[in-house]
Write a protein that binds this ligand. Structure first.
Ligand SMILES: Cc1cc2nc3c(=O)[nH]c(=O)nc-3n(C[C@H](O)[C@H](O)[C@H](O)COP(=O)(O)OP(=O)(O)OC[C@H]3O[C@@H](n4cnc5c(N)ncnc54)[C@H](O)[C@@H]3O)c2cc1C
Ligand SMILES: *[C@@H]1O[C@H](CO)[C@@H](O)[C@H](O)[C@H]1NC(C)=O
Ligand SMILES: *[C@@H]1O[C@H](CO)[C@@H](O)[C@H](O)[C@H]1NC(C)=O
Ligand SMILES: *[C@@H]1O[C@H](CO)[C@@H](O)[C@H](O)[C@H]1NC(C)=O
Length: 580
């Protein structure tokens, strides 16, 4: 029966594939019914964590700073809600929604040029809607390198700064891109006698830069960003799989040993892929390329089959275990997408220029990407949270303890290529990390049906609550499910400073939305409590009804197995024994 379903989906995919033979770019999350009015806004996955989409009265697409100032002034004069959105909007939470349903969207899609780049000073100024891929390419053409970046280059510089995005490093200023910002221009509301909008320019030394660097989009629209880059260099990358017994101890030191080191933990297989990744002179031979397998374009057919396969894994643990094994073997054989010369993978080390190694995402030029919402492609949650390095080994030990109670429950992480552990340094940015941290990043199955429980959801919920409530983890602003943000703002010692700047820049709160008010602790709560809310990650359960699934199975709200204070939805003990 299951095979039949897969076959039908494969055939369906083939038809779709034929119907869309020429690749179309990633979908644009802002869609307007009449030209630029009566619009909806969603994210690149076509679904916010609460499964709603947002509405806005209209959208505007400025292509110069002057047009941007005019757009902000129009909104400010009318005290209309307004919000910057980007071409593809890759953040999971509802960050790009203007408040209410009658607001204005200011898209940065056409603000995508390099303004200036100077090789001798290493300074590069770009417009805020510039996609990271283009920024990295333009810098490289001038012999310059952005020393750290997220691993995926499809997002914009404005969006990635606003959410505090990072790569992995404890060296120098660390891996967060906002550490390399030396100047920003931001358009904010202003009084009538100043024309309702002004451009504020902030440089190193201006205290407000610590607010504007990581702003969640609530201070205004960033127009331009100036980054301090480095002369181009090469990196030498070696990935090595080892046993996970001493992961905790290794995690405490790995970031000191390797400038770009990270770790990918496959908890069910009890393995860790250690990434030794170091700077080498530009004269070192090698023209390696990082084209990560997970960020490549795949035919529709393959993605539809992959989703059908995911759904099958939800039902049969044995299929999931097989998938985890096959996938890690295939990824390892193909060097995870690294090649030594841009063509084939022949072994480590892979040596290549920074711009070819730091990030990837070839699906953005020739979609569909893995998560394309226009087809029935894989659908998932992405959680990311950071724990102070001093506490990370103890956290890892507790997760290992939970894993040892029922290793199979962790297999779903292995099928998504594990848990990515990366380093981020403490920052002066008010909404950045306040301590040197280890960031944990996971993706896991999400049902396309609202209220349908995930298998082994309880262990994921427990490791997230353990991190947040016992180890003081702070969530990535651009990832995660709603409940994770509950109380998060209290973990930022300088949140008060941020709110003071917000009150000065946008006294009427036109850039604020329901979501930003909830996560900044201004009003309301990011949790949505109701029947089945814990199944959807919208709340932490405190009552069995929060675990009541749509499929009538017998779930209840129970305490965690290792972290007793956790509250997770589990099948009642009698029922769980019947599982495969
Ligand atoms: C495949 C993938 C891989 C990822 N990898 C990483 C990673 O390695 N490391 C990491 O840290 N993160 C990673 N992320 C998360 C990503 O960095 C964030 O989701 C980022 O915010 C997305 O940027 P965006 O341009 O799509 O912005 P959006 O999601 O469109 O916007 C995010 C916020 O920024 C605001 N904003 C955007 N532009 C401006 C502007 N010009 N002025 C003011 N506010 C603005 C918006 O209003 C919104 O509040 C990844 C995401 C994906 C999809
Ligand atoms: C806006 O568009 C929706 C369809 O997306 C339509 O139902 C609605 O009537 C439109 N509203 C206005 C005011 O045009
Ligand atoms: C959006 O709609 C409002 C109200 O109709 C209007 O005042 C404003 O000028 C519009 N903005 C844009 C950019 O079209
Ligand atoms: C900038 O955006 C415009 C409009 O979306 C697009 O036509 C152009 O190709 C983009 N430029 C770059 C370098 O991506």
């Amino acid at each position: 029966m299951e095979t039949g379903k897969v076959l039908v989906l494969l055939l369906f995919g083939l038809l779709l594939g034929v119907a869309r033979s020429s690749p179309s770019p990633e979908p644009e999350p802002v869609a307007c019914a009449h030209g630029t009015s009566n619009c909806t806004v969603t994210n690149a996955y076509g679904s916010f964590p609460d499964r709603t989409i947002c509405r806005a009265a209209n959208a505007t697409f400025p292509s110069t700073e002057k047009e941007l100032v005019a757009a902000v002034a129009t909104a400010a004069a009318a005290k209309r809600k307004v919000k910057a959105a980007t071409k593809h909007s890759h953040s999971f939470p509802k960050l790009v929604c203007p408040g209410g349903s009658e607001g204005t969207i200011i898209s940065t899609e056409r603000l995508n040029r390099t303004v200036s780049v100077d090789t001798s000073s290493g300074l590069m100024t770009v417009e805020s809607g510039m996609v990271l891929k283009d920024l990295i390419e333009d810098a490289a053409a001038a012999g310059l390198a952005l020393p750290h970046s997220p691993y995926w280059y499809g997002m914009t510089i404005g969006g990635l700064l606003a959410t505090g995005a990072h790569g992995s490093s404890l060296w120098g200023k660390g891996s967060a891109v906002h550490e390399y910002v030396v100047r920003m221009r931001i358009v904010t509301p202003a009084p009538a006698n100043q024309g309702f909008a002004v451009v504020r320019e902030l440089c190193v030394g201006d205290l407000d830069l610590d607010a504007v660097k990581v702003s969640l989009g609530v201070l205004g629209v960033v127009s331009q960003v100036t980054l301090k880059l480095e002369p181009m260099f090469k990196r030498s990358v070696t990935l090595k799989k080892r046993d996970d017994a001493n992961l905790g101890a290794q995690a405490a030191v790995w970031g000191n040993l390797h400038e770009f080191g990270d770790m990918t933990w496959l908890p069910w297989q009890r393995k860790v892929i250690y990434r030794s990744d170091d700077r080498v002179p530009a004269s070192t031979p090698g023209n390696g390329l990082n084209d990560y397998l997970g960020f490549r374009a795949n035919p529709n057919l393959v993605l539809i089959a992959a989703r059908a396969w995911e759904e099958c894994q939800e039902k049969y643990d044995v299929v999931r275990r097989l998938t985890a094994r096959v996938l890690s073997t295939l990824f390892e054989m193909q060097g995870y997408g690294f090649t030594n010369n841009g063509g084939s993978f022949t072994g480590y080390p892979v040596v290549g220029f920074q711009n070819r190694i730091q990030a990837s995402g070839t699906c953005i030029g020739s979609s569909p990407c893995l998560w394309d919402p226009r087809i029935r492609a894989p659908f998932f949650y992405n959680s990311g949270f950071s724990i102070a390095i001093s506490k990370a080994p103890a956290y890892i030990a507790e997760v290992q303890k939970l894993r040892d109670l029922n290793p199979r429950a962790f297999c779903g992480l292995d099928t998504r290529h594990g848990m990515l552990l990366r380093y981020v340094r403490a920052s002066s940015a008010y909404l950045g990390k306040s301590e040197d941290s280890l960031d944990f990043d996971i993706t896991y199955y999400r049902s396309s049906t609202e209220g349908e429980p995930r298998s082994h959801a309880d262990v994921i919920d427990e490791i997230e609550q353990l991190a947040l409530n016992k180890y003081g983890a702070i969530p990535h602003w651009g990832k995660n499910r709603n409940f994770v943000f509950d109380g998060a703002i209290a973990k930022y010692p300088k949140a008060g400073e941020f709110l003071k700047v917000k009150a000065r820049y946008d006294p009427d709160g036109i850039f604020s939305s329901e979501w930003s008010d909830q996560v900044l602790g201004i009003s309301g709560s990011p949790s949505i409590v109701g029947r089945g809310c814990a199944i959807e990650g919208l709340c932490v359960c405190s009552h069995d009804s929060h675990c009541a699934p749509r499929n009538g199975k017998d779930y209840s709200c129970q305490q965690g197995k290792v972290f007793a204070e956790a509250r997770v939805c589990s099948l009642r003990p009698t029922a769980s024994r019947e599982e495969l």
